[in-house]
Design a protein around this ligand. Structure first.
Ligand code: C2O
Ligand code: CU
Length: 483
């Protein structure tokens, strides 16, 4: 234990300057882009979830009551090492009565008891309480963590953090930059707008009004010149779907949702909520600028600019080096069992509301809105007449291979996420999905059918839901059981 590096952040709002420096040195840092080193990895973190008045650059000088994990103006980036034990201590200091939390480590294949789903894998941490999570991440890459109840408001107030599992580079990059896409729902006066609307929840989600990367509108970020720059793009927006691309540099996709893939030239990439994309690019000569763009809008939107400075780092021809691959059980496609999951809209809102009002479901009002617009296999969470948890959507046999047919019957997109596992994406009815990759969240376009495969190799009850958070909270959520 003595060799363990524990970082302590949060708690003393007035001393944030000092604390932030300490935190940065110890490996949990602000989202200011910087070169990261493997030696920055920590084996423990203390996070205090609290309301903190925070002035992000995109708030135009206003300070808003964000809910965050640490003091200071931005999000935590926690870096850990693959194969090394990690422990997070979470204190719930939220100011609202009954606002309990659990922390979900999105995309990590860890033990079910550490997965952070209220009531299903643990009792939630009540205000004033503390909880601990321990796990040894086996997969490298770019992940994030967040609460798992009342997520629309929690994300809306900025409650999420970046988790980087180090150890995947065979050749170190010259810069390693975290870019978090998250829009904010602000009025013209720069106050929070309601985080959800019925109209949004029943359609594509209630969009933010101010686009931002790392809390800033169109930030300019310095990068070394003629260098191999790794970008870790995270879409933690509750609703936004982008089509990201790079102008001004040759860029390759090197990982999807943390999962290394064969480097593939990036033209553009459809990028839904909860997805991550790791990109390697060669920056231009000093003075040159690289743009990160979203082509999904009618006119391409510049999300951020990278400005190259300093002496050139490299003179060779650029070729992205592949990352070390993950170790996972390969699905036996010939003998896999086929399962179908349909994603549909529901017209049974009123009935489900009446039911959940009377059944006294301990899953709690906090985890759900009182509306039900969406369903998986016609089952809207929570399903009627189940005092505790509804029945699993699927029961999987431990060690068996499965092919899931994910069918979107609606005219909205749905980023479908599974806990505790990753899928291998096999095919789509609408498009070619290159490069062949694994993911923990797969974007289903309207009316699309996608086939994914997995080996059910992690026992427990695992959530399976849409990551447009308003869809999740209005029915498009269920669980599978692996035993
Ligand atoms: Cu980020 Cu249940 O998900
Ligand atoms: Cu959805």
């Amino acid at each position: 234990m003595l060799t363990r590096r524990r970082i302590v952040i949060g708690g003393i709002a007035t001393a944030s300057g000092l604390l932030c420096k300490t935190a940065t040195d110890a490996g949990v840092d602000q989202l200011a882009p910087r070169v990261m080193r493997a030696s920055d990895a920590v084996s423990a973190a203390d996070l205090e979830v609290a309301e903190r008045l925070t002035a992000l650059p995109c708030f135009d000088g206003r300070a808003l009551p964000l809910w965050t994990f640490q003091d200071g103006p931005q999000l935590p980036v926690v870096r850990v090492k693959a194969g090394a034990p990690f422990e997070a201590t979470i204190k719930n200091s939220l100011p609202r009565v009954g606002e309990h939390i659990t922390i979900h480590w999105h995309g990590l294949r860890i033990a079910n008891g550490q997965d952070g789903v209220a009531f299903m894998t643990q009792e939630p941490i009540q205000p004033g309480g503390r909880g601990t999570y321990t796990f040894t991440p086996r997969d490298t890459g770019t992940y994030f963590f967040h609460t798992h109840c009342n997520s629309v408001e929690h994300f809306g107030r900025g409650l999420f953090g970046v988790l980087i599992v180090e150890g995947d580079e065979t050749e170190p990059s010259d810069a390693d930059i975290v870019l978090v896409m998250k829009d904010w729902r602000l009025s013209a006066e720069r106050d929070f707008l309601p985080f959800t609307t019925d109209d949004g929840a029943a359609k594509a989600g209630t969009a933010g009004t101010v686009r931002a990367i790392n809390g800033a509108t169109r930030p300019t970020i310095d990068v070394p010149a003629s260098a191999n720059v790794r970008l870790r793009l995270l879409n933690v927006d509750p609703t936004r779907i982008s089509e990201v691309g790079i102008e001004g540099a040759i860029a390759s996709i090197i990982a999807v949702d943390g999962n290394p893939c064969r480097p593939m030239p990036l033209t553009s990439w459809r990028f839904g909520p909860a997805s991550r994309l790791d990109i390697m690019l060669r920056s231009p000569k000093a003075g040159g600028v690289v743009r990160l763009l979203d082509y999904f809008a009618r006119e391409p939107v510049v999300l951020a600019e990278l400005s190259a400075a300093g002496a050139p780092r490299r003179r060779d021809r650029f070729a992205a080096t592949p990352l070390k691959s993950h170790v996972f059980a390969k699905a036996d496609l010939a003998n896999a069992e086929r399962l179908t999951a349909t994603f549909s809209a529901t017209a049974t809102g009123a009935a489900v509301v009446a039911n959940s009002d009377q059944s006294g479901l301990p899953i709690g009002a906090l985890c759900l809105s009182k509306r039900s617009f969406w369903a998986i296999n016609k089952q809207a969470w929570p399903s009627a007449d189940h005092k505790l948890l509804g029945p699993p959507l699927f029961k999987l046999a431990l060690g068996r291979s499965y092919i899931f047919e994910l069918q979107n019957l609606t005219s909205q997109p749905h980023p479908i996420h599974i806990h505790g596992h990753t899928f291998e994406i096999l095919s789509s009815s609408l498009r070619k999905l290159f490069p062949r990759h694994r993911a923990d969240t797969v974007l289903l376009l309207p009316k699309e059918r996608i086939e994914v495969a997995l080996v059910a190799d992690n026992p427990g009850k695992w959530m399976f839901h849409c990551h447009i958070l308003e869809h999740q909270e209005t029915g498009m959520m269920g669980h599978i059981e692996v035993a």
